[in-house]
Write a protein that binds this ligand. Structure first.
Ligand code: GDP
Length: 522
C-alpha cells in the first residue's frame, strides 16, 4: 500500500467527557468491535490493578490510575482506528489538553441525565479553538433523563455550535423503544439484552410492527422528529468537518444500544489526517518525507532505567524503526532506535507508522513538548502547541536552601518539558507553579525528589482564575494577595484572580483594562 492509501485509512480521535458520563464504557465497546478485548469489564479492571504492566510510575501504582494518556489502535472495516485516551478525574492535566492537538476528530459523550458538565466544556473549548470536528453521543438513554430537544438546545447555547441529530430517541428509561436513524433511514428497535433490530423506514407499515408504531411513545417521538426535520439545521458534512456543526447520536453505552450504528457512521464521516501548518507552509500528510511532533513526554516509565518516552504524532510520510531524522529546533540528527506503539496495556515495538499514528520514541533527554522531528532537506517546525490556562496554583520552595542550584535546574527542566507551568511574583524571584490538575503537583514533587534529589515544599494558594494583561496596562498597586500579579515564563503579566466573583468585580470597576483568557487567544 502507498503512503497515501495508508494515511487515508487512519481515523485518529479522542473521547471527551465529564467523569462518569460513560467514556470507559464506550471505549470498552469500541475495543470489543476491534477485538482488542474479549469481554466487557476488562478496561474497568485497570482500576483494580489488572493492567499492572501499564503502571509505569510509582504514583500510578499508588493511586491505581494511569498518568499517561495511552493510545489504543485496531483495524476496523478497512480503517485503522487510533483512540487516544484523555485522562479525567484527578489525573486531569495539561496532557489531557495536549492530547487534543494530536487527534483529527473528537467524540463528545454527554450524560442525558445531566447535560453539559464542567470538564466537557473545558475540553470542548480546546476542540473548538482548534476547529476539530466533534461528534456527539448522548448517553444513558436507558435511564430517565432530560428531554432530547432541551439537550440539543443546551449544546447549541452553551457550546455555541450547531447540532444536527443523526438519530432521534423514542422514549427513555423504561419507556425506551429505540431510535430513528435519520441517516440510515431505519428505526433501531431496543430489545434489551444487547439486542437491537434494524427496521428500514419502508418496512414500518408492515403488520409485524403495528404494535410498535401505534405505541404512544413512538407516536410522540415521531411527531417530535417531524418538528426536528422542519426546524432543525440540515446535515452538512462540510460544516461538521470545519467544526461548526456537531452530528448528535442518542444511545446507551452500557446496554449497549446505538453504539454500533454510531461508530459505523462516525468512522465513515470522521476525517483522515489533514494537512498541518508549519513554518514552511502547509505540510500534506502524504508528503513522502516523514515528519511528526512531540505532544507529550513521559518520564520514568521504567524507574530502573530512568528513561523517558516522547509521544509523537506522525504527520506525514512513513516512520520506520531505526530511521534517521532531524530535530528541527536544533537541526541535529537523531536515530529513532527504540519505538513503541501503545496498544491498551502493552507496549509493542512497531516497525512502521503513517500520518495519524501515534508512536512512542525513546527520549535521550533531547526533546521538548512541541518539537518537530523530520526527514528530508527542508527543516520546518509544526505550529507551536497552545498554552492552556492553569487553574490551580502553589508556591514552591526548596526545603534545603543549600540545594538552590539543583532546585532551579530541576524546575527549569520540568517546566521546559511541559510537566508544569512556572510563574514568578511580579517583582521578586519567588516561584509559583500553575497546573491544570492536582496530579501535576504530585508528579512534580515526586520527580524533583527522584531526579534532582531536591525536597520541595508546596503551599497551595488555591484555585485561581488567570487573566493576561497588556504590558502598558500594568499598574501593580491595583493588585494584592487576593488578585495576585505575577509574570509568566515569557515575562508577560498575569493576574491570578481569587475567583470568578473577584474577576467580575474587577471587570465592572475597570472596564478599560483588557483581560485576556488563554482559551481565546490560542
Ligand atoms: P467515565 O468516568 O466517563 O469513564 O464513565 P464510566 O464508563 O466509568 O461510567 C460511569 C458509570 O455510568 C458506570 O457505573 C457505568 O456503568 C454507568 N454507565 C455508563 N454508560 C451507561 C449507560 O448507557 N446507561 C446507564 N444506565 N449507565 C451507564
Amino acid at each position: 500500500m502507498t503512503i497515501n492509501e495508508e494515511m487515508k485509512k487512519r481515523r485518529t480521535f479522542a473521547i471527551i467527557s465529564h467523569p462518569d458520563a460513560g467514556k470507559t464504557t464506550m471505549t470498552e465497546k469500541l475495543l470489543l468491535f476491534g477485538n482488542l478485548i474479549r469481554s466487557a469489564g476488562t478496561v474497568k479492571g485497570k482500576k483494580s490493578g489488572k493492567f499492572a504492566t501499564s503502571d509505569w510510575m510509582e504514583i500510578e501504582k499508588q493511586r491505581g490510575i494511569s498518568v499517561t494518556s495511552s493510545v489504543m489502535n485496531f483495524p476496523y472495516q478497512g480503517y485503522q482506528v487510533n483512540i487516544l485516551d484523555t485522562p479525567g478525574h484527578e489525573d486531569f492535566s495539561e496532557d489531557t489538553y495536549r492530547t487534543l492537538t494530536a487527534v483529527d476528530s473528537v467524540v463528545m459523550i454527554i450524560d442525558a441525565t445531566k447535560g453539559i458538565e464542567a470538564q466537557t466544556l473545558k475540553l470542548f473549548k480546546v476542540c473548538k479553538m482548534r476547529g476539530i470536528p466533534i461528534f456527539t453521543f448522548i448517553n444513558k438513554l436507558d435511564r430517565e433523563g432530560r428531554e432530547p430537544l432541551e439537550l440539543l438546545e443546551e449544546i447549541e447555547e452553551v457550546l455555541d455550535i450547531q447540532t444536527c441529530p443523526m438519530s432521534w430517541p423514542a422514549g427513555m428509561g423504561k419507556r425506551f423503544l429505540g431510535t430513528f436513524d435519520r441517516y440510515g433511514k431505519q428505526f433501531i428497535q431496543y430489545n434489551g439484552n444487547e439486542d437491537e433490530t434494524y427496521i428500514p423506514y419502508d418496512d414500518l407499515d408492515k403488520p409485524a410492527y403495528s404494535d410498535l408504531v401505534s405505541n404512544p411513545t413512538y407516536e410522540a417521538a415521531n411527531d417530535e422528529l417531524a418538528l426536528v426535520e422542519e426546524a432543525g439545521d440540515d446535515f452538512s458534512l462540510e460544516a461538521v468537518l470545519s467544526g461548526e456543526q456537531t452530528p448528535v447520536f442518542f444511545g446507551s453505552a452500557l446496554a449497549p444500544f446505538g453504539v454500533q450504528n454510531f461508530f459505523d457512521t462516525f468512522i465513515s464521516m470522521a476525517p483522515a489526517p489533514a494537512p498541518r501548518k508549519s513554518t514552511e507552509g502547509v505540510i500534506s500528510p502524504d508528503n513522502p518525507d516523514f515528519s511528526g511532533f512531540v505532544f507529550k513526554i513521559q518520564a520514568n516509565m521504567n524507574p530502573a532505567h530512568r528513561d523517558r518516552v516522547a509521544f509523537l504524532r506522525v504527520c506525514s510520510g512513513k516512520f520506520e524503526r531505526g530511521m534517521n531524522v532531524k530535530l528541527a529546533r536544533t537541526g541535529k540528527p537523531i536515530k529513532l532506535a527504540q519505538s513503541q506503539q501503545f496498544v491498551a496495556s502493552d507496549r509493542d515495538t512497531i516497525e512502521e507508522a503513517y500520518a495519524g499514528d501515534i508512536i512512542g520514541v525513546y527520549d535521550p533527554n533531547a526533546y521538548q513538548i512541541g518539537d518537530t522531528l523530520l526527514e528530508g532537506k527542508n527543516l520546518f517546525e509544526y505550529q507551536e502547541l497552545p498554552q492552556f490556562p492553569p487553574e490551580q496554583f502553589q508556591r514552591v520552595t526548596a526545603k534545603n536552601v543549600m540545594k538552590a542550584k539543583q532546585f532551579k535546574k530541576g524546575i527549569e527542566q520540568l517546566v521546559q518539558e511541559g510537566a508544569i507551568q512556572l510563574y514568578k511574583h511580579y517583582r521578586s524571584e519567588s516561584y509559583i507553579l500553575g497546573a491544570v490538575g492536582e496530579l501535576q503537583f504530585e508528579v512534580f514533587q515526586y520527580r524533583m525528589r527522584n531526579e534532582y534529589n531536591v525536597e520541595v515544599m508546596l503551599e497551595p494558594i488555591g484555585e485561581r482564575v488567570p487573566r493576561w494583561l497588556r504590558a502598558e496596562q500594568v499598574e501593580p498597586s491595583m493588585y494584592d494577595e487576593r488578585n495576585l500579579l505575577v509574570r509568566d515564563r515569557s515575562d508577560n503579566y498575569v493576574v491570578l484572580f481569587k475567583n470568578d466573583f473577584s474577576l467580575n468585580w474587577f471587570k465592572d470597576n475597570h472596564p478599560d483594562i483588557e483581560l485576556i483568557d488563554l482559551f481565546d487567544v490560542n
